[in-house]
Structures are given as C-alpha cells and as structure tokens.
Design a binder for this molecule. Structure first.
Ligand code: GLU
Length: 427
C-alpha cells in the first residue's frame, strides 16, 4: 500500500471528539504534575450528568420531544458554572468536554466556580420565539433540582442569549415563589444582568492579545488580525480589536468569510451582516471559505466559532504568530504538537475566552449584593483578571518549560487538586 502514515496520526473519529481532546491534555498535565492517583481518578470524570427529554408544544399544535443534557463536571472550588447551547449536532461527549473546560477555565482565572455545561439538540433557526420559550422553560423546569445560585449557574452559549436566560430565571423564580436573579448569568441588564457581560468574552480576548503584543513588542496598527466567527465572541472581539487600532483583515460567519489585506471596516462589515444576514455582496473584499480563512498569513488568528477548526489536517498551514482561541476547543489535541513545532504562540481557550465567565462571576456577585457596578468598573476588574492570568500563565510555562496550553491545564488542575485534597474525598 502506498499510503504514508504521519508519525503522530490520531484516528479521525478520536481527533474530532472534543472529550478526547480535553482528556489527552488533562492526562499530559496530570502526568507532568505527578497527580496523586486518587485525585486523578476523581478529577478525570464529571460529578454528575443529567439527560432530559423535553416535550414542547410546537406552533402546529403537535408535541415534539427534544433531548437535552446538563453535565456538572466539578464543584471543588464552588458552584458549577457554564453555558447552555442549542444546536442540532449537540452530543453528550461535546457537553462533557465543554463542562470540563469550564472547570479548568474558572480555575485558570481563579474564579470561585466549578464547571458545568448544558445542551439541547434542536434547530433554533427553524423554531419560533414561542417554541424557543416553551423549550427553554420546560428544560429549565427539568433542571430545577440541580441548578441554583449555590449549586450550578447556567449562562448563554452558542445560540442562546439574554432572552433565554431571562426565561430560565423566570421559570426558576416561579417555582421558588420569589425572584432569584443569581440562578443564571448573562441576563438582560434590567433583570439583574451585569453591565459589560455581553461584550466580556470579546473584551477578554482583546486584553490577552494586548498582553501578547507587549510580549512580542508588536503594536496594533501593524498587527494583522484574522477572526473566524462573528457572534458574541468573534463579532464583538473583532469590533473591539478594530476600535483598539488593530488591522482586522478577515472575518467570517458560519457560511464563509471576507478578506482584504488592507484591512476591513469592521463596523461596516458587521452592519452589512446584520442587514443582509450574510457577508456575501460585501464590497471591497475577497470572499473565501472558513477553511481558507484560517490559513491566511496574519499576526493574530482568533478562531471564535466552534470546535475542531484547527486539526492535524490543516495545522501545518496555519500561518500566524499568535493564536488566540476565542472559541471553546477550536484546536484538536492532535494539532497541538504541530503548532508548537511551528513556533506559534497559543493563548489557549481556557484563558483566552475566560472573560465571559469572569464577568458572569461579577454578575453573580452583584446579584447577591443587590448592588450594581458601573461598566467602567466591570471592564477594569475584567482587565485586572485577564492580565494577571495571562502573565501568571506565561511565567508558569517558562518555569516548567512547557507550552502555554499544557501550562494552563497544569495550573488549573493543580488548583482544583489542591482544593479537592484540602476538602478531602468523601469516599
Ligand atoms: N458560555 C461561556 C463560556 O463558554 C460563558 C459561561 C459562563 O459565563 O458561565 O465560557
């Protein structure tokens, strides 16, 4: 047979499984930390997984039953925390990986939460607002016993938003017989949400990229940025980077992207996307696929869409100096070694996109105090957390002579392990 095998080839199905990607990094970090085998046994599995079947009366009058999940990965450092996503291709494996990433993410930025994630298999683009509301409320009612300000605090994720959170908060509150704002974060500001929460993930990406620029003695005007995605992370991240003077040369949505080496007028492009629901027909830019966009030569690449975008198949052709992972799990574990060999500086997802959960923490704190901060205060505190976490990570990576992703996992696992050991394992 004439096929050649790459030395570190990983079977495709395994590479595409986000839980496998998460676990292979976890195992590597655990080994380097020489993690005690009892702690390893406890920390490698989630604490609890709930699967629910959600009957929803559709607009047609018929009942349709949807499948949903909530995985609570870890509580060692505080209530579980993490978003809920609605998508046709959600799987329990994906939700389990995302829940674990929340645990490590909260630990990396030292926010006193554990990790969780929820998902419902549905096609939100084909559903009316009424159907989405009924789905959300029934899903929330199924979670009632396991969520709460001290237990598990959901937030928005892919295809869920402030409205979704308002419905969950209301459903939970109706059953509690009083308003419980702190049961979710990412709420509308008028309902106990935090100023700055909507922009927080994108702003967090900007803050860590700014730090990387300082490290490499680069300045925004001469820094070419490519952003994959234009939702809450990619769109807002691109907008904030544009405002900060970076040259954003490409951006995309789920259907494809636009590229102009001279720079794109991001506010105009996002307005075009909002008005026409597409980047197609956007003037003064070349259209390209999402796969092509990732391979553009640039200084900073921000994958801010979904998982498994940078894999063993295309990592060799990634052409950036800094990779700032706005999405959760955009890079497979099999691609890590290739990026490292190419000398790409990776700001791993569990740090780069932690701005969202950091301001979620601020929202939870404000809800519990009943006292709300000005946006400047929120943004300044977010900056403090992101800058300190970035520098701590870089220092840790240098001290232990490991890449930044491994360092992030080591830092996080060490923190969770310490708290687990101090509490003791109830076995
Ligand atoms: N869904 C976001 C994330 O993946 C935010 C989670 C939260 O704020 O709890 O980080």
């Amino acid at each position: 047979m004439a096929t050649t095998m790459v030395e570190d080839a990983v079977p495709e199905a395994k590479e595409a499984n986000p839980f496998e990607s998460m676990m292979s990094r976890f195992d590597r970090a655990a080994k380097l930390l020489d993690l005690n085998s009892d702690l390893y046994a406890v920390m490698r599995v989630p604490n609890r997984e709930l699967k629910v079947y959600i009957p929803v009366r559709m607009d047609s009058g018929r009942i349709q039953v949807f499948e949903g999940f909530r995985v609570q990965h870890n509580f060692a450092r505080g209530p579980a925390k993490g978003g809920i996503r609605y998508a046709p291709d959600v799987t329990i494996e994906e939700v389990r990986a995302l829940a674990a990433w929340m645990t490590w993410k909260c630990a990396v930025v030292n926010v006193p939460f554990g990790g969780a994630k929820g998902g419902v298999i549905c096609d939100p683009w084909q559903m009316s607002q009424g159907e989405l509301e009924r789905l959300t409320r029934r899903y929330a009612s199924e979670l009632i016993d396991i969520i709460g300000p001290e237990k598990d605090v959901p937030a928005p994720d892919m295809n869920t938003n402030e409205q979704t959170m308002a419905w969950i908060m209301d459903t939970y509150s109706m059953h509690a017989r009083h308003t419980v704002t702190a049961v979710v974060t990412g709420k509308p500001i008028d309902l106990g949400g935090s100023r700055g929460r909507r922009e927080a993930t994108g702003r967090g990406v900007l803050f860590v990229v700014n730090e990387a620029m300082k490290k490499f003695k680069m300045t925004p005007p001469s820094t070419r940025v490519v952003v994959q995605g234009s939702g809450n992370v990619g769109g807002i991240g691109a907008q904030l980077m544009h405002e900060a003077g970076y040259k954003v040369i490409a951006i995309s949505d789920m259907h494809g992207g636009i590229y102009n080496p001279a720079g794109i007028d991001i506010p105009a492009a996002l307005e075009h996307l909002r008005a026409t629901r597409s980047f197609e027909e956007y003037p003064n830019a070349e259209r390209m696929s999402n796969a092509e966009l990732l391979e553009i030569e640039c200084d900073v690449l921000v994958p801010a869409a979904t998982e498994n975008q940078i894999t063993s198949q295309n990592a060799e052709r990634i052409n950036c100096k800094v990779l700032a992972e706005g999405a959760n799990g955009p890079t497979t574990a099999a691609a890590d070694a290739i990026l490292q060999r190419k000398g790409i500086f990776v700001i791993p997802d569990i740090l780069a996109n932690a701005g969202g959960v950091t301001v979620s923490y601020f929202e939870w704190v404000q809800d519990r105090m009943g006292y709300f901060w000005k946006e400047d205060v929120v943004n300044e505190r977010l900056q403090d957390v992101m800058v300190a976490s970035f520098n701590e990570l870089v220092k840790f990576a240098e001290k232990h002579n490991v890449d930044t992703r491994t360092a992030a996992y080591m830092l996080a696992i060490d923190r969770v392990a310490y708290d687990t050991r101090m509490r003791g394992i109830y076995a």
